[in-house]
Structures are given as structure tokens and as C-alpha cells.
Design a protein around this ligand. Structure first.
Ligand SMILES: NC(=O)c1ccc[n+]([C@@H]2O[C@H](COP(=O)([O-])OP(=O)(O)OC[C@H]3O[C@@H](n4cnc5c(N)ncnc54)[C@H](OP(=O)(O)O)[C@@H]3O)[C@@H](O)[C@H]2O)c1
Length: 327
């Protein structure tokens, strides 16, 4: 039960990476009560959140009535929709990647719309923060399309066009590539034993890199407490909007190894490794377009009213991140 003196934030995906970070940040603020939504309150991750002082409630993004209950009296909502929860098991069941992508896209968009419909009915709501990716297909004039980017930009469009009252209370966070994203970690060549990047873009390609565990919560707090609704933030760590030449140099410096870089195409890499085009085309897109191309009025971390303290990607690798990267 929330104390009447506290404001309530409802966190979707609280047992996951982004929502976990939002939960820890808001639990550390004395004026907030954190309500974590999960499909399974009995899970170890949900129980761990409860032991930290969060309220844990059962809700499923596929079930509108469960969301309406879970959002009751909320002042803020953090919404994350996950594409891969549906994509991975669908692929594993034997469907091809286009079929799997379509099914995961449809589920993600339905989930996002459900959350928006439920949020629109919450009279106490002051801020919804949705974690999205940019409008890849529109920004590239149809040249690139991946379902995991498309679902999130469809949800943003739905909020802006179909839920105008909710849109007035909403902000969007565009998290950069996670610091653990396979694109930003070199691989060992089993034949030569040497490390290098083989990627579907050039060394000039720029990636915003974020530590989603440390940084999502502080950036979301800024969007809830400091910034006006309607803010669109590209969130990345200090000094970590990097071209790939710099990423290679950082890895060389941190590991002391010679790290090579080879550019190829998404299709060639797919044929060589079996990594889904759904993932590789995201990289190829970034070789030609900015991460948040097509998002009007996007701001970057240095434009926030109050600075969010984050470590650079290099510092993160040096201070222990390297051990998580399997190299
Ligand atoms: N990797 C990157 O570089 C990168 C960069 C930017 C954005 N992203 C995006 O980040 C998203 C993943 O976020 P994450 O890393 O925080 O995910 P995560 O750690 O895998 O967690 C997924 C969360 O979603 C919740 N969830 C899944 N289905 C649900 C449903 N039907 N109803 C309610 N909750 C549900 C799960 O909660 P329960 O299991 O407890 O119900 C879990 O907490 C992806 O869509 C990805 O595209 C990734």
C-alpha cells in the first residue's frame, strides 16, 4: 500500500534490464513508491524487487484489464515493450525469421497499445515515459525495415496520433546501443586466435552507447521530474557517441590486443554466421542513417536541465565491464 505522501511510479519490465534500472533509481528517492509489474510475481527476480521495498503486482501487457488495475492512482508510468520475448521462442519453434518477426511485431504493438489505452484512463497520471527506437523505415524512405524498430515507432505514432491527451503527458527515451550489444564487442577468430570486428557498416559509423543498467533509471528520472512532457531524449553515456574507429581504439587500449575491423554486408554476415537479418539490418541502417534519424526535436544528454552522471564506455570496460563481454 502506497503512503499518501508518496507519488507512485508503475514500472513495466521491472524484472528486466531497463525496468530494473528504473526501479532501483526510484526506490532510492524518498518521495516515490515503486510499483513493479510482472507476469509472474512469484519469480526470483520479482521477489528480489519486493525484498528491496517495491510493490510487486501481476500484470500482462497482453491483458488490458490487468494493466488498468496495475496503473491505478499512478503518477508516472515507465513503459518498455520487448520484441525478443516473442521473436526468440517463435524462431526456436521452427518458424522462419520473417514469420517470427511479424508475430513479434504484432504482439509488441498490441502490448504497447494496451499500455497506452490503460494509461490514458488514469486520471492521476502526470508522465508516461516510453522506451522506443526510431522510425527506421520512414527515415530511410523504405530502404530499411526491421520489425523490432518498426513496432516501437508504431507505438510512438499510436500515442501521438490516437491518444492525444496521453501524448500531452508523454516523453520518449531512445536508449542507445547497450554496452553489452554484440555489435560493440570484437569476436575471436577461432582459426587465427585474433580478435576483430566484422560488421555491416564502415568505421565512420557512429553509435551512441549506453549502460542500460546504470543509466536508464537516472535518464528516466530526469524525464519524469525535470523535463517537460513531449521531450524526446537520445540517451547515451558520457563521451560515448562514438564512431567505430574510436570503438576499435578503445578496445585496443583496454585489452592490449590488436583488434581488426572488416566491413561486409548484412547479407554476407548472415550467410557466414546465421545471425538473423532482423539484427544485422539494424547495423546496416546505422551505417547510413543517424540512430534517431526522423525523430523531430530529439535532445541529447548534455541538453538536459540537470546533468545525468554516467561513465564513458571506455571507463565502464576498464572498471569491470570487460569481464561481461566474453573476450
Ligand atoms: N540491446 C540493445 O542494444 C537495445 C538498445 C535499445 C533498445 N533495446 C530494446 O530493449 C528491449 C528489451 O528491454 P530489456 O533489455 O529491459 O528487456 P529484458 O531485460 O529482456 O526484460 C524484458 C522485460 O519485459 C517484461 N515482459 C515481457 N513480456 C511481457 C508481457 N507480456 N507483459 C508484461 N511484461 C512483459 C518481462 O517481465 P516478466 O518476465 O517479469 O513478466 C521483463 O521484465 C527490446 O525490445 C530491445 O529492442 C535494446
Amino acid at each position: 500500500m502506497a503512503s499518501p505522501s508518496k507519488r507512485i511510479i508503475a514500472v513495466i519490465g521491472a524484472t528486466g534490464t531497463q525496468g530494473g534500472s528504473v526501479t532501483w533509481t526510484f526506490l532510492s528517492l524518498p518521495n516515490w513508491h515503486v510499483r513493479c509489474l510482472t507476469r509472474n510475481p512469484a519469480s526470483e527476480a520479482a521477489q528480489a524487487l519486493a525484498s528491496l521495498g517495491a510493490e510487486v503486482v501481476q500484470a500482462d501487457l497482453g491483458d488490458l484489464s490487468s494493466l488498468s488495475r496495475a496503473f491505478s492512482n499512478a503518477n508516472a508510468i515507465f513503459l518498455n515493450t520487448d520484441f525478443w520475448t516473442v521473436f526468440r521462442p517463435t524462431m526456436a519453434s521452427g518458424k522462419n525469421e520473417v514469420e517470427s518477426g511479424k508475430l513479434a511485431y504484432e504482439a509488441e504493438v498490441t502490448n504497447g497499445k494496451n499500455a497506452a489505452i490503460a494509461a490514458a484512463g488514469v486520471s492521476t497520471l502526470e508522465r508516461l515515459v516510453y522506451s522506443a527506437l526510431g522510425p527506421m523505415e520512414k527515415a530511410s524512405n523504405g530502404k530499411f525495415k526491421t520489425y523490432h524498430w518498426a513496432g516501437k515507432s508504431s507505438i510512438v505514432e499510436y500515442i501521438e496520433n490516437e491518444q492525444p491527451e496521453l501524448a500531452k503527458k508523454s516523453s520518449i527515451i531512445y536508449l542507445g546501443a547497450y554496452n553489452t550489444n554484440p555489435f560493440v564487442a570484437p569476436k575471436r577468430n577461432p582459426q587465427t586466435g585474433e580478435y576483430g570486428f566484422v560488421l555491416p557498416f564502415s568505421k565512420e559509423t557512429r553509435f551512441p552507447i549506453v549502460d542500460p543498467i546504470e543509466a536508464t533509471g537516472p535518464f528516466v528520472r530526469a524525464l519524469v521530474e525535470d523535463e517537460a512532457p513531449g521531450t524526446k531524449l537520445l540517451a547515451y553515456n558520457e563521451s560515448s557517441y562514438l564512431d567505430f574507429g574510436s570503438v576499435v581504439d578503445i578496445w585496443t587500449g583496454v585489452t592490449g590486443k590488436n583488434i581488426s575491423f572488416v566491413q561486409t554486408t548484412a547479407e554476407a554476415l548472415h550467410a557466414m554466421t546465421g545471425i538473423p537479418l532482423e539484427i544485422l539490418l539494424g547495423g546496416a541502417y546505422l551505417g547510413e542513417f543517424d540512430y534517431c534519424a526522423g525523430v523531430e526535436g530529439i535532445i541529447e544528454p548534455h541538453q538536459l536541465k540537470n546533468k545525468v552522471q554516467t561513465k564513458s564506455f571506455e571507463q565502464w570496460l576498464k572498471e569491470g565491464g570487460l569481464k561481461n563481454m566474453n573476450i
